[in-house]
Design a protein around this ligand. Structure first.
Ligand code: HEC
Length: 153
């Protein structure tokens, strides 16, 4: 019983830390697709296919949340993009959680083209994490002398 809370907490942390590509896709469609594609060519902004490999993840998160801050800091990559595209990307009020989902979506798109083909591979990290959690919980239960553990997810 006392592990149920732990499982819920861990699954929350895992899903938060990893972001959900499906949610990312929805956010992308709502807030980004007017200016960007992933693998469909340039619109007002760059095609974001390959951006995960090209840029540092922390930089990407900051750029997506507040492009204006990077321009103000005279970040060389942001300035080069601004020069290339002629117009700055607006600050879109993206929350910390939304940015994780967007990164997950971009990463998934990278792994499987536009996200149609490579779906199973998206879930491998989550699956591995879940297995580790289950393993740790079993170990805890066994070492504390219990025979079973209640895993409610
Ligand atoms: C109004 C149009 C517009 C919208 C909406 C928009 N962007 Fe952009 N984006 C741009 C432009 C223009 C650039 C390139 C110029 C610049 O850096 O400002 C850019 C650049 C980027 C880059 C940097 C690409 C690289 O090569 O490093 C990323 C990443 C990005 N956008 C992600 C997003 C995401 C994610 C969203 C949705 C939350 C979004 N953008 C919404 C116009 C937009």
């Amino acid at each position: 019983m006392k592990y149920t809370f732990l499982v819920l907490l861990l699954s929350f942390l895992i899903s938060y830390a990893q972001g959900d590509p499906e949610k990312g896709k929805e956010i992308f469609a709502k807030k980004c697709a007017s200016c960007h594609t992933v693998g469909g060519g340039k619109l007002m902004g760059p095609d974001l296919q390959g951006v995960i490999a090209k840029r540092d993840i922390e930089w990407l998160k900051r750029f997506i949340q507040r492009p204006s801050a990077l321009i103000e800091e005279k970040d060389p990559t942001a300035l080069a993009l601004l020069e290339e595209y002629g117009a700055p990307m607006p600050d879109l009020d993206i929350s910390d959680e939304e940015v994780e989902h967007l990164i997950a979506f971009l990463r998934a798109a990278e792994a499987g083209g536009t996200g149609k083909g490579g779906l199973p591979s998206l879930y491998i990290p989550t699956l591995i994490a879940a297995l580790i959690v289950a393993g740790v919980l079993t170990f805890l239960a066994v070492s504390s002398g219990k025979k079973e553990v209640e895993v409610k997810v």
